[in-house]
Design a protein around this ligand. Sequence first.
Ligand code: SF4
Length: 215
Amino acid sequence: MVKPRGPICNLACDYCYYLPKAKLYPDSDFRMSLELLENFTRQLIEAQSGNQVTINWQGGEPTLMGLDFFKNAVDLQKSISPPNMQILNALQTNGTTINPAWCQFFKQNNFLIGLSLDGPPAVHNIYRRNNSGREKYDSVMRAARLLKQHKVDFNILCCVHKGNQDHPLDVYRFLRDKVDATFIQFIPIIQRELDSQSQETQVVSKRSVDAKAYG
Ligand code: SF4
């Protein structure tokens, strides 16, 4: 798993556990250098005992590295890996930056995309928004349409939290029928509240899913 922009993201979801971690590295620009990318790729490939390796690109929002970074990453993979090795790439995105150029790249290089979507607009927009509070449902749906148009393999990553825990059928039918998703992952949001220093406390946030409701 690689987080080339660390916790940097263009959204500010209320339940994000990762954004506050930026404070741990006040001097970092949170950009993986090409030198580090090359070292990482080489060492990862050298460490394999089999002939297949999957690289999961995550964030923050990994597409904030820009398309050229990922073109470099794929070029490096091709130049470093031995002929019998297969390298698979998966990338998790909030969808807001996805455009036709990204989709062409994903398709050409066989990326598997995870798209974050928590359900119908009224549900998705409860906790997922940008810094100015603007809801981002429309841009995620646009990304889903583009990925489909370009025949990019993608699945939906649906966070289960207080806002959608009591509407499982609505969420499921929406993802199945409106988004036409063929693979859906559900992950529970269990989030600790932060104190004034952005340190985690023992208090579980009100946004977190109830155990029974998750079941
Ligand atoms: S899109 Fe993901 S990384 Fe970005 S703020 Fe939301 S939960 Fe955090």
